[in-house]
Design a protein around this ligand. Structure first.
Ligand code: ZN
Length: 443
């Protein structure tokens, strides 16, 4: 097994050889960058000048001191993104507008300088070298038309390592996308888990799958259900890697190594913490909590202790790939996506692992509503023609494999409604999948 290429890359950025890299050197570097970032935002950003008024960068004597600094929330960025800027607006080369997934309206805007984008391209190049080699072709199932979009930066990162990146956009028509894969002799795919699944489960004439050969797949944008990874491995016999990132991180955050059980992180550009979501205190090493990060090298809109809303944990045990870099386990969903039902907790992950193994299921959405004091789990499914409306009974049966659903139903505390929403891939964009809680509004 090859060591993650991130180790040598991070060593280079810190100014040492890969074999000389130690945790201590990384932490010294991170502390120095954190202090510099705090100085920068206190001087240049209107928002942090207010929130960090009483704090001096020299008060940060070790990384653990960071816990005394307040976190930044998505809501704060949404309210006034320009207050976060550390450069004038004419130095911004890319603005990303993220629509709110809830009903609260205001979109979130993030600003990047050319230098910030170069850092992302550099990370994409090194991250992708885990799964492709010079001469390979990668089909990118993410937006790539606009300069500075994720697909565009990925194409540039791949080009720098002698790999051809083909920007494709989201999968709208699986038959067409599969045709391109065959015609272009594509070696690898980068895409959203459910969209890539729709390719593996597409049934052409005569109900047959379209046989394609792939070397590897990188799943990105949303957390990755294990059931989807298994299905892609089974269908295509390829390696399935996970990437963790979000626009706020500068798109890239971490990528899996060949051990395929957690992400090595972009530790020279980002400092990660796992906090208890209720108290915002760091959790003991290895425990699950909310992923929080601070940018170490961003110039346009640095973020201090940004709460991602994602749930994950660090893996304290050494990685079989032999690196000294930290490893974060796969994200298991959204912090606010764990909903209380009949005295237990139900998550999208529970539903994903129960439902995605079902042959013919392409995607689903779920919500919890309440009527006459009775909770109701609503699941709407998209199936391929093979599943169709007959699939509903199979969905009900699979939901019964979740112990909480079964016990809540037996106790008369939950009813389950499954609806067939359509045949084929719903072609949805990068919406983070989570159970929508409609109960408060309904009461
Ligand atoms: Zn590793």
């Amino acid at each position: 097994m090859e060591m993650t290429p991130l180790q040598n890359w991070i060593a280079r950025k810190i100014g040492v050889n890969g074999s000389e890299l130690t945790r201590e050197l990384i932490e010294q570097y991170q502390l120095q960058k954190l202090r510099a970032t705090l100085e920068l935002v206190k001087n240049k950003s209107f928002f942090y000048r207010k929130t960090l008024a009483g704090f001096r960068s020299e008060d940060l004597s070790c990384l653990a001191d960071l816990k005394h600094i307040p976190c930044t929330t998505a809501e704060e960025i949404r309210k006034n993104p320009l207050e976060f800027l550390c450069v004038s607006q004419d130095q911004i080369s890319r603005v990303v507008t993220l629509q709110s997934s809830g009903t609260t309206g205001e979109p979130k805007r993030l600003y990047f300088t050319k230098e910030d984008q170069e850092l992302t391209i550099d990370f994409f190049q090194i991250g992708m070298s885990t799964l492709v080699s010079p001469g390979d072709k990668v089909l990118i199932l993410l937006p790539g038309k606009l300069t500075g979009s994720v697909g565009d930066l990925l194409v540039r990162g791949l080009h720098a390592m002698g790999v051809e990146g083909i920007p494709h956009g989201f999968v709208q028509n699986p038959a067409e996308t599969l045709e391109i894969i065959i015609k272009e002799k594509v070696d690898a795919l980068v895409g959203i888990p459910t969209q890539v699944l729709s390719l593996a489960r597409y049934r052409g004439d005569g109900g047959k799958t379209v046989p394609i050969r792939l070397k590897s797949v990188l799943l990105s944008t949303d957390y990755v259900p294990l059931a989807i990874t298994r299905e892609l491995q089974r269908s295509w016999g390829c390696q399935v890697y996970g990437h963790y990132g979000m626009t706020e991180m500068g798109l890239g955050g971490g990528v899996e190594c060949q051990a395929l059980n957690g992400y090595h992180l972009r530790e020279a550009d980002l400092y990660f913490e796992i906090l208890n979501p209720k108290t915002a205190e760091p959790v003991p090493e290895g425990e699950e909590g909310e992923v929080v990060f601070t940018t170490l090298t961003r110039t346009g809109m640095p973020l201090i202790r940004y709460r991602t809303g994602d749930r994950a944990r660090f893996i304290p045990e050494p990685c079989p790939c032999g690196t000294i870099l930290k490893k974060m386990a796969q994200v298991t969903g959204r912090i606010n996506g764990a909903l209380e039902v009949a005295g237990g907790v139900l998550t999208m992950r529970d539903l994903d692992e129960a439902l995605f193994p079902i042959e013919g299921l392409l995607n689903f959405e779920a919500s919890l509503s309440c009527r006459n004091d009775l909770d109701r789990l609503n699941v709407g499914v998209w199936m391929n023609q093979e599943g169709g409306e007959q699939g509903i009974a199979i969905i009900h049966k699979a939901l019964e494999s979740i112990p909480l659903v079964t016990s809540a139903r037996k106790q008369g505390k939950l009813e389950v409604q499954v609806d067939f929403l359509g045949e084929g891939n719903p072609g949805r964009g990068p919406i983070k999948r989570t159970i929508i809680d409609l109960r408060k509004r309904g009461r």
